[in-house]
Write a protein that binds this ligand. Structure first.
Ligand code: NAD
Length: 354
């Protein structure tokens, strides 16, 4: 057993996740997809969407918000589009299916748009655009989530979801990956601060009275709202994301009171073959990345980074060194394992010392 803040091998975390999700009713393939999605997020350094979600997903199953083993089916389809109903199951299963279909349709037709509705939390939106980029295409992703938690610019009530957006493109170094919430931070990051009882580094919240706040409990205990990033520009982008991945695909919008499911997404795949050509595209994106990286650093910076670079480096490093797991997150995971009657010591036997 490991106490304190442990660093755990990705393969051990993967096994823990698989065991937990099988214990709450997922078939093996589903447990593997969900667990690997969470571990990949931790490897990329996106801990807000990593194994910290395990206890929350178990709660969602208990509350009936996620149905293990749900049937994922295409409910509407053309040669370039599809709408997938996730059956109220784990979002990662429907999300992965959507990205595979998006790639296969774009391979045949140059472009595709595939939506997922009625599904649980899909995790990191970038997982799906990255899959499209790894298949040589440009991936665009938009996601609406069921909880209105963000205030419109100039407002103090919760109306928008954190509505993430992602765009990925292949290069010869590492994939370009834009992947972020249109709120000032993803809600999971605020939750990590709340759990560790830390203030936020700047005002991430507007409290119930409309004052800027750095205290996470103003959000979790006193009805405050997250701010959109970039003032009115982030607010506009959040609305655009919800129009594309909520209203357009038939899931609705979160503050309506009748949004369907926990997440809905729209993925668009563009094959460079029908534009500039795949080789030219990859070559030019690689040169473009180099152009950014060759910028002399500004005061206070060591280097210019390109979107996707931190995640790529983090994965390379953590595959070797293991994944650090916050104390509080680790305590919750351990409690979940014990509550489910799983053998904690056996699951941890591969853990590396901190
Ligand atoms: P973030 O603010 O950490 O931004 C991450 C993005 O910024 C990445 O593209 C990263 O490569 C880039 N980046 C970071 N530092 C950079 C630098 N110095 N130079 C250039 N680029 C840099 O992301 P976030 O808003 O906290 O979102 C985290 C994750 O949460 C995302 O994966 C998102 O998809 C996910 N999310 C999911 C849901 C859901 O309901 N499923 C909701 C919201 C967010």
């Amino acid at each position: 057993m490991v106490f304190g803040m442990p660093t755990i091998k990705a393969s051990t975390l993967l096994n823990i996740g698989i065991a937990v999700f099988e214990a709450v009713g997922s078939p093996r393939y589903e447990a593997e997809i969900v667990s690997s999605s969470l571990v990949e997020a931790d490897l990329a350094g996106v801990h807000s969407h990593g194994v910290m979600r395990i206890p929350y997903y178990v709660e969602h199953v208990r509350e009936g918000l996620i149905k293990p083993g749900a049937r994922v089916e295409i409910v509407r389809e053309t040669s370039t589009t599809a709408i997938i109903d996730g059956g109220g199951g784990f979002g990662q299963v429907a999300g992965r299916r959507a990205s595979e279909i998006a790639v296969s349709k774009a391979l045949s037709h140059g472009i595709s748009a595939v939506a997922v509705v009625n599904t649980g939390h899909i995790g990191r939106l970038g997982e799906y655009t990255l899959y499209i980029a790894e298949n040589g295409m440009v991936g665009l992703g938009f996601c609406t989530t069921y909880r209105a938690s963000v205030a419109p610019y100039g407002g103090r009530g919760r109306r928008l979801s954190t509505a993430p957006i992602s765009i990925a493109a292949p290069s010869s170094r590492f994939p370009f990956l834009l992947d972020y919430a249109t709120s000032i931070v993803a809600e999971g990051k605020l939750r990590l601060k709340y759990l560790s009882r830390e203030p936020t580094p700047e005002a991430w919240i507007v409290d119930a009275q409309g004052r800027l706040s750095m205290d996470p409990s103003d959000f979790y205990e006193r009805g405050g709202a997250l701010l959109p990033f970039g003032g009115y520009k982030g607010y506009a982008l959040a609305m655009a994301v919800e129009i594309l991945s909520g209203i357009l695909v038939g899931a609705g919008f979160p503050c309506s009171g009748c949004y369907k499911g926990m997440n809905s997404i729209l993925l668009i795949a563009l094959d460079p073959s029908v534009f500039v050509g795949r080789d030219v595209f990859v070559n030019d994106v690689s040169k473009y990345i180099e152009a950014m990286k060759s910028t002399p650093p500004a005061e206070g910076f060591l280097e210019v980074l390109v979107p996707g670079e931190l995640e790529y480096r983090s994965r390379e490093e953590k595959l070797k060194t293991g994944v650090p797991v916050e104390d509080e997150v680790w305590a919750r995971i351990r409690r979940t394992i014990v509550e489910l009657g799983l053998d904690l010591d056996r699951l941890l036997s591969e853990a590396t010392p901190p």
